[in-house]
Ligand binder design. Sequence first.
Ligand code: ADP
Ligand code: MG
Length: 626
Amino acid sequence: MAFLTLLARNRLALAGGVLMSVVVLLAVLTPVLPLADPDVTNTSNRFQPILSEGALLGTDHLGRDLLSRLMWGTRLSLAVGFAAAIVAATLGAAIGIIAGFYGGRTDNIIMRGVDMLMAFPYILLALAIVAALGPGLFNALIAVAAVNVPFFARNIRGITVGIAHKEFVDAARLAGLSNTRIILSEILPNVIPVIVIAMSTTIGWMILETAGLSFLGLGSQPPQADLGSMLGEARSALITNPHTSIVPGVMILIIVMSINLLGDGVRDALDPRLKSGALSRPMATTQVDRKGPVPEPTGKGLLEVQGLETQFHVKDRVYRAVGGVDLHVEKGECLGIIGESGSGKSVTALSLMGLVASPPGVITGGAVHYDGKDLIGAPYRQLRDMRGRNVAYIFQDPLATLHPLYRVGDQLIEAIRSHRPIGKAEGRAKAVELLRAVRIPNSEQRVTDYPHEMSGGMRQRVGIAMALANDPDIIIADEPTTALDVTVQAQVLTILDDLRRSRGLAIVFITHDFGVVAQLCDRVAVMYAGRIVEEGSTKDILHAPRHPYTARLMACVPELGGGKRRLEAIAGLPPVVDKLPEGCAFADRCLKVQPECRRGEIPLDWQGDRKVRCLYPEQGTREAAE
Ligand code: ADP
Ligand code: MG
């Protein structure tokens, strides 16, 4: 159903689909329509023009009714085209799956055969096949199907190879499933969308190829009409009676165009990557479209974020991932940003340096001041110059951020070189020094390692080293320890803490774990549904959370040696950011919700030692609550 709505939202595909349905419907109904016999000749009535009496579309060189021939011809052409596509897709997919699944010699033999077929110009190949089998529509079908098999086989083999080594296939094998069962129940469902996509984009092509063969007289034989043979017969009268060519020509145009439009729509709707726009090339910096006034800097902190708003514009929906965030971080300070998954932490962090992918990301408001300059909307050159040198990032998954084919040392040197030229020896020395700074043992030997030769913790330390490469003032660490186990996490946190003290680094540390915040951060901002709901010093907030969300978030953290205590999961889910409720976004999950909470804007106000966005904040301390 979701597929159909997606398809219907694509206007062109919808138009193609409607047109195609009309053509198919007419073709199916042809035998019951009151049409003249398509094969009855009447030479006294040759070349009647369009709209002549008794022949709506005129007659051809033998006086046959063109409308009737067109309908029967369309029926035949469609049938042959679809049949060829189905045969080619089935055979090609079977070959591709077998080659991809069994691999090794089977794959080699099959694919070399396919390569040989592909080496021929396919029209020549089709001609050769028809020549060998003899002319006729059925043989044309075989020829068209045969020349398209390699295309499907290649495509499907590639996909199958990728799937055949996935863990769920191994699991099926361990469960004792036979190869046939694995192919049918594990592989096939994963390749079917690809088959459908490949088919929907090639059917039009196959109809054209069949028409081409018929045009050359190798397909349908007289008096039987198909679109190609109608064109072929009309060729000699092209100048004197163009309507005999135009009628089948327009029909071919309509069919192929509507199939292609529909096929593109099917592909877009089936391929989630195309749907989200991830395959379109992102712009170098996030698109900026600020409607309101740009806030003036107040000179607070090294980096000051004011009213930052970042949205994702996907089709006609607007996701307000970040809805007006104010932050600042001082030199040598560690600011924690905490919140559930999806609360907008990463998008906030990426917006600072214009790293949110556009499309679909758009920064719609606010300012980010660094050193007196507003970074939002700054020219790409300026941002590029600052990325890594002034503000550096550490991401969650170090395996994904390190290039698998380069040695870690070379990647460190590259990070430096993108900002200043550095010689070979100096670069190496600097790389070793960086690895030592993040306490990688044997750093002289380790610089020549590839990422896969390191453990997860070491890779994350390389990630930190990379962020340090250009001596930045600010490091933004986006859940850098989430993928690590606790002991390694503790080491990484210690390294960051030391670096902050020894180099005066400012750190913005993003996490969903209050335990980590307690260890590292001076100040913490709690985010929910794209906004900050509470901000204050870590000590104060840990001691007495004021916003119910903060309190609930803390209650989710188990405490070692804290005795037995019920761990409270927060019921419900965060709101979807394209349909934010009015008033407090947390209202639906809050135990203390009042009617006023659902009305109007609730401001982030100073309440004693911190800022809270809540009308009825918690009062007691945490210890008292337990
Ligand atoms: P987190 O706090 O876990 O880091 P994110 O900042 O990654 O959360 O995401 C914030 C919100 O933005 C989420 O609701 C997410 O669904 C939405 N979002 C992120 N990227 C996109 C995108 N490319 N298109 C649409 N929505 C997105
Ligand atoms: Mg995130």
